[in-house]
Design a binder for this molecule. Structure first.
Ligand SMILES: [Zn+2]
Length: 381
């Protein structure tokens, strides 16, 4: 079926930055971009009213969407979450698991592999699942955040090894607290099997963190969140992260990070070393105010999601909505935010994805309305 759309009056993110103009999308390909275009017969015309047009982004760290978890033994849940995320600007993602039983991770990883196989055969209106991100199990229980910390004790290194070996290639990133007794084993397994270790959910000292970096750690899981805070006599994991050359995930959601924390890291590390992530919960890309999923009960508060005790439990936004929030607050203009959410995470996964729109661009175009609160995203494919 032929799909022809003309997006008028947009602000298009092209190779040289934002430009006012219109864009013609035929059969999922950008065929023309120009300051002015006139409708052709058979085209659906959309007035963007000054909204920003960008490529889709890659979310490395996201737990769900559309009231479905990406951690489920039912592949249909994953498809639903990927569909909801896609409609909100996420082109690719890693399904992120929180602490759970060994069996639950095993079943969840099987579901991920099934969905990845199915998507390879073609399912275009879903975020493409690129693998799994395991947030644990070797975390500091004091820094488990909203997660159920009793699962940490159930995991022994030999169980973890077995799971990751079984799903080698699918498991892409694992979060590790550098102070955990299994830290060295996890870091050497990462070298053997090719997954990346991100440090986080931790109260590690500066020295413990540096040791993990020397042993091959590749980044940091949501910098500042679920970490012991910086202290001038005990700079800890935060101090080591800021001084290292490793990339740091950061959550573009105001309940998770004060704008000054963004500014600090931007100045210290630069745009190339920040990995914006949504850490989206199942309330992301979903209309419900609260939702119960098995033992998990989440409540929306603005753009964040909370558990019934009022603890932060991820965000209720997509990554592109988060980038729009940074843009609106004047922290990161969208023309810099999009490369941070395309080039930076793609480099971690050794992938190449477009960071701007151009004639010949394949794949959907996302429209971001930054004047809405929270910012709204619409996807044209
Ligand atoms: Zn998370």
């Amino acid at each position: 079926m032929s799909e022809k759309k003309l997006l008028l009056n947009g602000r298009i993110l092209g190779r040289k930055g934002l430009m006012d103009g219109s864009l013609r999308l035929h059969n999922q390909m950008v065929v023309e971009m120009a300051p002015e275009l006139t409708p052709q017969p058979g085209e659906e015309v959309v007035d963007c009213k000054g909204a920003i047009l960008v490529p889709m982004v890659l979310d490395l760290h996201v737990h769900g969407g559309g009231c479905h978890l990406l951690h489920s033994d039912n592949p249909e849940d994953l498809h639903q979450a990927c569909r909801a995320q896609f409609l909100n600007g996420t082109g690719w993602l890693l399904a992120t698991f929180t602490l759970a039983t060994i069996k639950s991770w095993y079943k969840g990883l099987e579901a991920i592999e099934q969905v990845m196989a199915k998507q390879r055969r073609g399912a275009s209106s879903e975020a493409k699942l690129l693998g799994a991100y395991l947030e644990g199990p070797f975390l500091n229980p004091e820094m488990a955040g909203g997660m159920e910390k009793e699962y940490i004790r159930q995991w022994k290194f030999k169980y973890f090894r077995k799971v990751v070996e079984n799903f080698a290639g699918t498991v892409k990133i694992v979060t590790l607290a550098p102070e955990h007794p299994s830290a060295e084993d996890v870091l050497s397994l990462a070298k053997e099997l090719g997954f990346k270790v991100f440090l986080g959910h931790s109260m590690a000292s500066f020295e413990e963190t540096q040791r993990a970096i020397e042993l091959g750690a590749a980044g940091f899981t949501h910098l500042f969140n679920a970490m012991a805070p910086y202290h001038h006599r005990q700079p800890g994991i935060v101090g080591a992260a800021l001084l290292s050359s490793l990339p740091c995930e950061m959550i573009p959601e105001p309940a998770h990070l004060h704008p000054a924390s963004w500014e600090l890291v931007l100045r210290m590390k630069g745009h190339g070393k920040i990995l914006p992530i949504s850490d989206g919960s199942l309330l992301a890309c979903c209309q419900k105010e609260r939702y119960r999923w098995g033992k998990i009960h989440l409540i929306r508060q603005g753009t964040a999601s909370l558990n019934p005790e009022g603890k932060l439990y991820g965000t209720a936004i997509s990554l592109l909505q988060g980038l729009a929030i940074l843009h609106k607050k004047g922290l990161v203009p969208i023309e810099k935010g999009i490369p941070m959410a395309t080039n930076n995470p793609a480099a971690i996964l050794r992938k190449r994805i477009p960071s701007y729109l151009s004639t010949g661009h394949r794949g959907p175009v996302a429209m971001v309305e930054t004047d809405q609160d929270p910012p709204r995203v619409r996807v044209f494919s």
